[in-house]
Design a protein around this ligand. Structure first.
Ligand code: SF4
Length: 472
């Protein structure tokens, strides 16, 4: 069972130390992110109106967020009009109970799932397990993560950290597949044989939702394999769990995002499978449809003037693929189903900035701004990162590190203080210098030299040299 949830078990720094030591994972990640990054740049460059599309995407999302209550009520009315049921879930616990209750009321022992990050957010699989119901992932990458009893490490490609040989061994062990090669075709075939039987025999399905159109009550999932299409059409009962920010007013709005999403996520011009469903239709598709609208901290994010833009996110994963920190640490270091730059701002906010491990995530960034450049809905991630750092620091008592930095700021504010400090450092560094560098600083300062050397302070500073050369 793949673990999920948004509560990191350790700080980002502790978790990153572990993942950074896994060189195979780093190789897999570098290969995957570099490939998709280059492809995305080429696909995006084909569109002359890409920047205008991004602006439009951001504008629509901001409009929705400013009128969220109204559009959610419209969506509820439309879904009900089409014969569906709507449930409101304040938090993960409520959402889990709603889904489990519906599945249990149909006597389900198994449910099939199409990749849904919101159900991973609420740790639905484990909750269903407690009710004696087994959730079977049908997205290939999610299935790999589930069979390996692992955690997803990427929004779009949850098994991005796994190599093909690892997957072959996993399928041999868990699916009894007689695979001789790690050819992707053979791997996909092994999964297909296993899943086909599940599609044809399972009565209840759980899906996520990329968007929902309020005017018609239509829910939409975009995916690449067609397994999602099977999930939302073959079973008798369909339960879709959707974050409340995914609502869009009209089909015209949805058209903008169906252009923005594939190019940003998989670098494709069009999405291979885009499924839409509106309530129920007699004799066609699931005959019972439930839409669970999930808050789970989102209204608090909405109430924050700066943090609100986080809810524009369409989970394309473009920011992950360009992030130098994500590329090196991998998704597991973020300890949440939302990794990478978006995870660094979304996770702590969903937890109301009260989780001490999640509160380390806004520091998981070099602030290079690559995520902002790549984001199709122009979320200013660096701005939100800095804002959250400020808020988290404000709430903390002054640490020894903060006092040290305040002292450094005071010293650097005046040239004479700075020069005096340099002279002191030059005199005091004597016993620490070996071969022109300081390899280990004592006490609190040791963090600076844990992973790198500090050059020794030179005999003459630039200012001293400048003054001396003027006098000559
Ligand atoms: S923050 Fe932007 S780039 Fe990152 S996943 Fe969300 S929409 Fe995509």
């Amino acid at each position: 069972m793949s673990a999920g949830g948004i509560k990191p078990k350790t700080t980002f720094q502790q978790a990153a130390k572990v993942t950074l030591a896994n060189s195979q994972m780093r190789r897999n990640l570098r290969h995957a992110t570099t490939t998709i990054r280059d492809k995305r740049l080429r696909t995006v460059a084909e569109l002359p109106d890409w920047e205008a599309l991004r602006d439009e995407g951001a504008r629509i999302k901001d409009h929705v967020l400013a009128n969220l209550g109204e559009y959610l009520l419209d969506l509820e009315a439309s879904v009900k009009r089409r014969g569906g049921h709507v449930h409101w879930a304040r938090d993960a616990e409520e959402a889990r109970e709603i889904v489990a209750k519906i599945a249990a009321s149909h006597g389900a022992r198994e449910v099939i799932k199409v990749k849904s990050i919101s159900t991973d957010e609420i740790e639905l699989n484990a909750a269903l397990e407690r009710h004696g119901i087994r959730a079977i992932e049908t997205d290939l990458a999610e299935l790999i993560v589930q069979l390996a009893d692992d955690r997803p490490s990427h929004i779009l490609v949850p098994a991005i950290h796994k190599g093909r040989a690892e997957i072959r061994d996993l399928f041999r062990a868990k699916l009894g597949a007689e695979l001789l090669t790690d050819d992707p075709k053979h791997l996909a075939e092994a999964a297909r044989v296993y899943l086909r039987e599940k599609f044809l025999t399972t009565k209840v399905a759980v899906s996520g939702a990329n968007f929902a159109v309020a005017e018609s009550g239509t829910v939409c999932v975009v995916e690449s394999e067609g397994n999602g299409r099977m999930c939302v059409t073959l079973p008798d009962v369909l339960i879709s769990v959707m974050g409340i920010e995914k609502v869009l007013p009209t089909w015209q709005d949805a058209a903008v995002f169906l252009r923005l999403l594939p190019r940003s996520s998989t670098a494709e011009r069009m999405n291979p499978y885009t499924s839409f469903w509106s309530g129920v239709t007699e004799g066609d598709g699931p005959q019972e449809f439930h839409l669970v609208l999930l808050d789970n901290g989102r209204t608090d994010v909405l109430a924050d003037d700066v943090g609100r833009q986080t809810l524009r996110c369409i989970r394309c994963s473009a920011c992950l693929n360009v992030c130098p920190v994500y590329e090196r640490t991998g998704g597991h270091a973020y300890g949440s189903v939302y990794p990478g730059p978006i995870g660094a701002i979304l996770t702590p906010q969903l937890l109301h900035l009260e989780d001490k491990n999640a509160n380390t995530l806004p520091w998981a960034s070099s602030l290079c701004g690559a995520c902002y450049d790549a984001c199709p809905v122009k979320i200013n991630i660096p701005e939100v990162l800095l804002y959250l750092r400020g808020k988290i620091n404000e709430a903390k008592p002054l640490s020894a590190e903060a006092v040290a930095f305040k002292t450094v700021a005071w010293v650097m504010a005046e040239p004479h203080r700075f020069e005096g400090a340099l002279k002191l450092a030059r005199t005091g560094q004597g016993p620490l210098v070996k071969d022109g560098a300081i390899h280990a600083l004592p006490g609190l300062l040791s963090g600076w030299t844990d992973a790198r050397d500090l050059p020794a302070f030179p005999k003459q500073s630039f200012r001293e040299w400048w003054r001396a050369s003027r006098e000559r």
